[in-house]
Every structure is written in C-alpha cells, then in structure tokens.
Design a protein around this ligand. Structure first.
Ligand code: ATP
Length: 844
C-alpha cells in the first residue's frame, strides 16, 4: 500500500497538492532539507514554508436577504420548509464587529463552557489514549503512526413534527427510515450503523464527550485532529460546533479541555496559536484579519513535490479562555450568515477554527536537558532539527470545522449563487471521500479530486490520512427533509470507510515558536542578571539621567521577560491567565511578507516601545514637578540657566509624547495638546517674570550710574572744600586780621553743599553757625588757638571719612521686599533736591 506525504501547515500553511489517499502507514518519514522548518505538521511531512502577514481589522458586509427564486438543487427536490424548535436564532443583522454584541458564550464561565478549572472528565466517555493509540507516549524524536478510521456520529435535531427516523441500539447504534415515510409506505428501508447516534434529547455535553473529546486530547498529545459538522441547512451544525450560552458547543468545550489538559500536565509547557478561516463562494477569507483581503493559495514546486502555500493567514497566540473567546467572537462576527428560507441565520460559508499546539517537556535542570538533547536519535530533519541543547517540540493542529449547510432550492438570488458554491464544495467533499473509501477498499490509488474545491484542498492533508477525524452529521428528522437526511446518511456511511493514519512527531525544532520564546527568555534573564550584578558598582559612575535610562532598560527587560513568559502556558500559570485580556490586535499596517513570528516580534517590540515611552513621560513629568523654584534673588545667569534647562525638558517631553502618540495613534493628540497648553502657560509666566526682573535690574543699574555721578561730583567738591578749609585754617593761624580778606568760593560751595551732604561729611552742627560763633568769639576779644581750631578738628573728621565713591548703596537694598517698585515707594532711590542745598557758606 502506498502513502504520500501531504501537509497542511498552520504555521507555514503548506498543502501538498499531490497527495493521494492514505491507505497505509508510511514506510518512513519524509526527509526535510536542512534549510526548511518542520513545524505544525497536519497531514504529512512536506517542508513547511513561512506564511504571509495578516492585515488590519474591519468587518466585511454580510449577505443580505433577498427575494425567492427556486433554483434546481443538486441534492434533489426541496422538501417543505422545516419548522424549528430550540433556541431562537440570532438575526443576521445582529452580528456586528462589536464583539460584545456577538457574544456567543455564557457570561459566567463557571456555569458555561469556559472554566478549565472544573474540567470534568466523563468516566463513561473518557477513552484512554493508550487504548486509542496502541499504548505509550512517544519517545523523544520518535514518529508514531496510528491506523484509525473516521469517527462518525449522527446528531438528530429536535423537532415539533413527528420523527421520520427510528434509532435502535446503544452499543452499535443504527438508524433507519420509518417504513411509512418510504415511497410506497411499506418498503423495507436501509439501516445505517454509526459510532454514535445522538437523539434529539442528547445534550451538547454528551455529544462533545463522545464525538470530540478524545480528538481534542489527541491533539494535545501531538496528533493532528479534525472535527467537522456536516448536514443540511438548519439541521444543527452551528449549534453543535458553537452552541449557545446554555448549551456550549464543541469549540468552547474543546478550548476548556485544552487548558484543562495543560493544567493537568505539569511535565510540559505549551504555546497555543489560533486562526479562523472561512470559505465563502470558493474564496478563502481570514476571519481574524480585518482587511478582507482573500487568503491566497499558491502552488509551489520543489524537491518535495507540488505544494500549496496559504497566505496571508493571521495566527494569534492565546493564553487564556478569555483570549480564546475574544478570538472566536471576532471570527464569528466576521462570518457570513444570512437568513434563508430554512434558517434565519444560516452559515453561508465553511468555517475552520484552527488551534496550533506546540509543547515540549519542561526543563528540570540544565544538565538533564543537555543529556536529553544528546540522546535524541537522528531525525529525518537533519542537523537543524537536532540542535544540541534544544528540547524536542511536539506540534499538532486541532481543526474544528462548521460546514455550510447543504442547499436546497432557495427563494433568493444571492442565496442561490452561494448555494451553488456550497453544494459544489460539499459534493466534491463527498466524491473525495468516496474515492478515498473506494481506494482503500479495493487497494487502488485512483486520482482523488481534491483540487475541485477549496474546501477539499484545505482538508486534503487531513483527509489523506494524517489526522484523527471525527465527523458529526446533523439530521433534520422531519418527514419533509427525508431526501436531504438520506443524502447526509449516505455521506456519513462513505466517510466511515475512509482509512486514516495519524502521525505524531516529536522533533527538536529550534524554529518552533515555543523554542524561540524560551530561548529569548533565557537570554533576557541572563542579561538582566548581569546588569543587576553590575548595578551597585556601575550606578555610582552614572549621572542622574543615565541612571534613569539604566533603570528604564532594566524595566524593559523585565517587561519583555514577563510578556514572553505569559505566552508559554504551564500547569502553574494556565489558570492565572484565565481573567486576562487577550493581546490587542496588531498595528494596522503590516508587512505582507512577514512571517507570523516576525509579526509577533514586531508587535511585542511596539508594545515594549509604548511602555518605555510611557515610563519616559512619567519620569520627565516627575522631573518637571520636582524641579526647584527659581529664587527671587537668584542672579540673572542662574535664572537664564534654569529657563534653558526647563525649555529643554519641555522639548524632550514633547518629543517623547510625539513618539508615544505615533505609536498609539490619534487618542493621544488631545493629551499632547493639553500638555502643550499647560506648559505654554507656565513658560509664558516664567518669561514674564524674567522680563520684569530684567527691567528692574536695568533700572537699578541706571540708578547706580546716577548715584555714582553725584558721588563723584560730591567727592570733587569735598576735596575743594578741604583745600579751602585748609587755606582758611592756615590764614587763621597766621592772624585773624587777614582772615576777613579771605572769601570762600561762594558760588560753588553754596550751590553744591546740601544738608544731607553735610551729614554725609560727618559735620555734627551746621559749619556756618560754627564759623559765626567762632568769629563772634574772636570779635569779642578771644584769642585764636591754631591747635584747638574747630575747623582743623572738622577737617580731620572729614579726612577720616572714606571716599564717597567707596560708599556703595548695597546695604540699603537688603531686606525682604527688594522689588524695584517697593524701593521707589519708600523713596530710598529718589533724588532729593535737598541734597543740593549748601551746607557750609563761610562768610567773610
Ligand atoms: N440539538 C439541538 N437542540 C436545540 N436546538 C437546536 C439543535 N440543533 C439545532 N437547533 C436549533 O435549530 C436552529 C438551526 O440550527 P443551526 O443554525 O445550528 O443549523 P445549521 O445546520 O448550522 O444551519 P446552516 O447550515 O443554515 O447554518 C437553531 O435555532 C438552533 O438553535
């Protein structure tokens, strides 16, 4: 028997388009060229390729309702419109991009789906993985194959009409049409046997446990797994996959189990990435991307055969149920639904929710890790996949697929067009499965028409063998839907015959995201430790600003370590992330040529930058707040320096805010304007105070100049007076008779000397009075004693006075209130005319 290697790689999005049906286990594992990555194997061992970038967010318009026009249906004549009971449908128009309005899950996770803390393992339904896969977990580097068949279940939708079908048996359940609903009313009918047949009363939990739980666990164990719902429109596919608040479906339950599995597996660490696709009118759309750009399929020829690359595809790392829910809601909101004649909110597309699970054993100690790495046997991937020191990584994909309803004739033109595409792809799916089953039964290798539809091309790796598959066929049990139901049962029967061979690989893959993140965390930690070790000696040498930079850099390192650590889930951390918000969506402009890893890196770097800028703003604001006020008596140079410094800080703040705003976009423009406004007022006020002080200082300088001039003049006159008085004294000592002949330089002295100057010269009594008294005493016959001459005494006093020019007015400026205006008001700096009054007018 022959097996080809095909692969649909979530991370690399490659599909080997030449794969034939898988009829037997592969003889060996394909060899990877050393320059390609081997991650996320889904259906085979083809070399993976990097995916293209995802794009930004916007909602695509939903299909609208239209008028009835009944086309020919490829599935036969349409029965009458079935009436439905159960949970009321949402209106197609309810769904918007606002994820809060499209919430499909219970608000209380305890009650509903999303609390992995109370993961319940149904003892009846739980299948031991050892039984399923033949015992034992794979060893490091091992590739294991499990021969398997598709698990096929039938779920009958509740109805208020009489049931057209009989169900019998519980161990080997069978379903057959009641004879009264056959054409002649009596003919014996065909009996169909399946793994499970769920009655209308069966609750969603039992459906999950029996039809999906083991596949989810298989995915956690490293096998690719696919669960899909197939059936006529309005038969309950979306109800089965997504469910309601009261009856959560397979997707939310699976995610709860995924996290529950992580919690109960302390020996491993995990990294989860989600993507969500839809195929609408034969075009693939990324439901998590906002641009609406269709996802492309590209043929790639190479040594490994022809492959198909799917791009661009956005994958989001999820760390908690909340983040998974957010991703699902976003995807759901973008799904195309419309009201049909049979379903108010019919899914008009096939939707594929995919979870890539990377896991590896947790390090116990580095030596042990090194030993294990060395013990890895050679794997087909070559040296690159066996990097020393690395731990083997398991990568698997869980795909949960809600197919569009197989169409009957419809009353709307648009619906008719959609219906054609839907029916074509479902028919292709049917014929692919039919060929696979026939090939297996007859040992043939006939061409399988995977290429006839996008759906089969995407499912090719899984259908061709390398996945565990569970198909849930939903049935409308109304007598009016017998034709569609029979067609569904025939499809299910064909699927049952398909042979699978799921492969579990565990290789040392240094390119696996979990490995890269772990490595980066270790590097960052050692850098941080080094810095912390050096910190005490280094900080002493650093300036204040450098110290701020240093602590910011350490903060950045810490933040990055925390961020990356959060992405890797372990049994200890998984429940902590339960209430966490999911990562914000990527920046709107993305490089289409980037890989998801690069995008993740860019996003993280952007977050880091925003965080560090926010810190920078905070520290600058704190520096501005704590800056000392300019003292009133500070010298002008000091004021100038402080103003320049302040202006520089403001400029820095503006620059940082500009960068921050560029990162965050419009919302911060207002903040920037507010900060600018606030600081403009402060700077203007500072500038005004400075100008006033400058004017005051200039006025002081002018006053000083005038004072100096006056004092120079006074000094000259003082000298003239001294020489005049010396002359008088000389004459007095040589005889009183001659004294009267002398006359003082009348005009100059009388016009200049004023009482204030007199006081300044240190004369205690007016000299004129002293002279008159002296003259009087002489004229009364007294004798003049030159040694006791009063003039001489006064003269010696004047000589003892310091020069007027040396007497500076500083002491007058001391005091609390030194403003120019205050001094003016006190009159201390006002020129007093009295100063010019003569203080000494000696007369003959
Ligand atoms: N097992 C069930 N229990 C209760 N209600 C159900 C069940 N199955 C289906 N329904 C209800 O029937 C209606 C149609 O179901 P649903 O939308 O899941 O059908 P569908 O197969 O996904 O249809 P389409 O292909 O048009 O999208 C919904 O209102 C749903 O709630």
């Amino acid at each position: 028997m022959k097996r080809t290697h095909s692969q649909l790689n979530m991370h690399t999005n490659i599909v080997d388009e030449n794969s034939a049906p898988s009829l037997a286990p592969p003889a060996s594992v394909a060899r990877y060229p050393s320059n390609v990555r081997a991650v996320t194997p889904v259906g085979g061992n083809s070399p993976p390729k990097k995916i293209r970038a995802a794009i930004s967010v916007e909602s695509r318009p939903r299909s609208t309702m239209g008028n009835y026009s009944r086309p020919a249906s490829s599935l036969g004549t349409a029965p009458t419109t079935p009436k439905k009971n159960g949970t009321p449908r949402r209106n197609a128009n309810d769904s918007t991009m606002d994820i809060t309005t499209t919430l499909d899950f219970p608000s209380d996770p305890e009650e509903g789906l999303v609390n992995f803390q109370n993961v319940e393992v149904d003892p009846d339904a739980s299948i031991d993985m050892e039984d399923v896969f033949g015992g034992g977990r794979s060893s490091l580097g091992a590739v294991r194959q499990i021969e398997d068949k598709v698990l096929v279940s039938i779920r009958i939708r509740p109805t208020d009409q009489s049931l057209a079908w009989d169900v019998s048996g519980s161990v080997d359940p069978a379903i057959k049409l009641k004879p009264e609903y056959t054409r002649n009313g009596t003919a014996p009918t065909q009996e169909f046997r399946f793994d499970n047949i769920f009655n209308p009363e069966t609750i969603s939990k039992s459906v999950y446990v029996k039809a999906a739980k083991n596949h989810v666990r298989a995915a956690m164990e490293g096998y690719n797994a696919v669960v899909f719902a197939y059936g006529q429109t309005a038969s309950g596919k979306t109800h089965t996959l997504t469910g309601t608040d009261e009856q959560p479906g397979i997707i939310p339950r699976a995610m709860r189990d995924v996290l529950g599995y992580i919690k109960s597996t302390p020996s491993r660490e995990f990294l989860l990435r989600c993507s969500y696709l839809e195929i609408y009118n034969e075009t693939i759309h990324d439901l998590l991307s906002s641009s609406g750009t269709p996802v492309g399929l590209q043929a790639l020829s190479g040594g490994m055969g022809n492959q198909i690359i799917i791009h661009p595809l956005r994958e989001e790392v999820v760390t908690s149920l909340k983040s998974v829910r957010e991703v699902i809601q976003r995807g759901e909101a973008n799904r195309r639904t419309a009201s049909t004649d049979w379903n108010e909110r019919s899914s008009r597309s096939h939707s594929i929710f995919r979870l890539v699970i990377e896991s590896r054993e947790r390090a116990t100690n580095p030596e042990e890790e090194e030993r294990k790495a060395n013990a890895v046997p050679p794997t087909p991937g070559g040296s690159r996949l066996q990097a020393r020191g690395g731990r083997s990584v398991r990568t698997s994909v869980l795909s949960l697929i809600d197919l569009a309803g197989s169409e009957k004739a419809t009353s709307d033109k648009e619906r008719t067009r959609e219906g054609k595409y839907i029916n074509t792809s479902l028919l292709t799916l049917g014929s692919v499965i039919g060929t696979l089953a026939e090939n297996h039964a007859k040992g043939k290798a006939d061409h399988v028409p995977y290429r006839n539809s996008k759906l089969t091309r995407l499912l090719q790796p899984s259908l061709s063998g390398n996945a565990r598959i569970s198909v849930i066929c939903t049935l409308n049990p109304d007598p009016s839907a017998v034709v569609e139901s029979t067609s569904t049962l025939l499809f299910a029967q064909r699927v049952k015959k398909v042979h699978l061979c799921a492969t579990k690989k565990e290789v040392v893959d240094t390119e696996a995201l979990i490995e890269r993140y772990r490595k980066e965390i270790e590097e960052l930690k050692s850098r941080l430790e080094e810095r912390e070790r050096e910190a005490p000696t280094r900080t002493r040498r650093l300036s204040a600003r450098e110290q701020i930079d240093e602590s910011r850099a350490m903060g950045d390192l810490n933040a990055r370590i925390k961020q990356l650590t959060k992405l890797i889930l372990t049994s200890q951390t998984v429940d902590e992330s339960n209430g966490e918000k999911s990562r914000p969506s990527s920046p709107s402009k993305l490089d289409f040529d980037s890989s998801p890893y690069q995008l993740q890196q860019e996003l993280l770097a952007a977050h880091r930058q925003v965080e560090s800028q926010a810190n920078q703003i905070l520290s600058l604001e704190a520096a501005l707040e704590s800056r000392p006020a300019i003292p009133a008596d500070a010298p002008d140079a000091e004021k100038e320096r402080l103003l320049v410094e302040q202006a520089r800080t403001i400029k820095e703040l503006e620059m940082v805010i500009r960068g921050y705003e560029d990162n965050l976009g419009e919302p911060l423009r207002q903040v920037k304007e507010d900060v600018e406004k606030e600081w403009k007022v402060k700077v203007d006020a500072e500038r005004k105070v400075r100008e006033e002080k400058e004017a005051w200082a200039n006025e002081l300088v002018r006053q000083l100049e005038r004072e100096k001039q006056i004092r120079t003049k006074l000094e000259e006159e003082k000298r003239a007076l001294i020489s005049f008085v010396t002359d008088i004294d000389t004459h007095l000592s040589s005889g009183t008779s001659r004294m009267n002949k002398l006359a003082p330089p009348k005009s100059s002295i009388s016009s200049i000397l004023a009482p204030k100057t007199n006081i300044a010269l240190g004369l205690t009594a007016p000299p004129q009075t002293q002279m008159n008294n002296r003259r009087r005493s002489l004229s009364l016959g007294g004798t003049y004693d030159p040694n006791n001459s009063p003039v001489k005494t006064e003269l010696s006093k004047i000589r003892a006075q310091p020069s007027l020019l040396e007497q500076m007015p500083e002491e007058e400026w001391e005091g609390d209130d030194l403003s120019f205006h205050t001094m003016h008001e006190k009159g201390e700096l006002v020129n007093n005319d009295k100063e010019n009054q003569p203080i000494l007018v000696p007369t003959a």
